[in-house]
Design a binder for this molecule. Structure first.
Ligand code: ADP
Ligand code: MG
Length: 259
């Protein structure tokens, strides 16, 4: 049987846990003067620890800016971001770098693997950069979880897009991050490979308690989340939770918003 919908039984209640990510009046203006573009107008949103959130909205609505501010890659113009209990504006660049390295994972649309390194070396890279020696058993287990144990000595260019993204996901998870940010992780993949990646993100949430925040254009991808938030012109204009998080309802809501 071909499954196009994720299982509906796995969602946990998003209450009673401290937020992994807390955005308060988050405002971001790119540039200055007449060139200034306000990408986020004042976002208030809390994301519970161990939940899966999809961020949707048209091109230019502020999704990437939101992810970058939330992950400490860009400084907000005003408002606050609290990530894993740390208010980011109080942190120095060095502290932000360490927070990103040790407590956050990233997955990008175009994988961002290092071409000259093997799959295993790519996955182990965040540990190496932190001066830690990868535990070979843990590395094997991770590679096996993403179905790449046999490909571990290959270079990224020898892998399919789906395999490369699964390697990138293993790399994002190798440090046991509290939050994984994924910007269109299935955008470059066919539906079957995309589904494999979404299942692995869902498993990270359900089995490891990881918090996942994923930008996507695809209602079928968003349906794997616990909550869908919709941005338009830098405003948070809609939220879907519980039984509303199905591909059909998400697609209908996006169409109603003209997205
Ligand atoms: P999305 O990811 O939803 O497509 P973005 O967050 O990339 O949206 O962009 C939101 C708005 O901010 C857009 O109008 C975009 O042109 C603008 N923007 C994003 N990054 C920059 C930047 N570095 N400098 C100037 N404008 C930017
Ligand atoms: Mg974007």
């Amino acid at each position: 049987m071909k499954t196009t919908q994720p299982p509906r039984t796995v969602h946990r209640p998003a209450t009673g846990r401290s937020p992994a990510l807390d955005l308060r009046s988050l405002q971001k203006t790119h540039g200055k003067g007449r060139q200034a573009v306000t990408a986020l107008h004042g976002i208030d949103h809390a994301i519970p620890s161990g939940s899966f959130t999809a961020v949707m909205g048209p091109s230019g609505s502020g999704k990437s800016t939101l992810l970058h501010c939330a992950a400490g890659l860009e400084r907000p113009t005003s408002g606050s971001v609290t990530l894993a209990g740390q208010e980011l504006s109080g942190l120095s660049e060095r502290q932000l770098t360490l927070l990103r390295r040790d407590r956050i994972g990233f997955v990008f649309q175009d994988f961002h693997l290092v071409p000259a390194l093997s799959v295993a070396a790519n996955v182990a890279l965040p540990l190496r950069l932190a001066g830690r020696r990868p535990d070979p058993h843990r590395l094997e287990e991770l590679l096996s979880n993403v179905g790449l144990l046999e490909k571990r000595h290959r270079r990224p260019a020898e892998l399919s897009g789906g395999q490369q993204q699964r390697a990138a996901l293993a790399r994002a998870l190798v440090t046991h991050p509290e939050v994984v940010f994924a910007d269109e992780p299935t955008g470059a993949l066919d539906r079957t490979s995309g589904r494999d990646v979404l299942k692995l993100l869902r498993d990270a949430v359900d089995d490891l308690g990881t918090t996942v925040v994923m930008v996507t254009h695809d209602p079928q991808a968003a349906a794997w989340a616990d909550e869908v938030v919709v941005l338009a012109d830098g405003w948070l204009v809609d939220r879907l939770t519980g039984p509303d998080v199905t591909a059909e309802t998400i697609a209908a809501r996006m169409a109603a918003l003209g997205v």
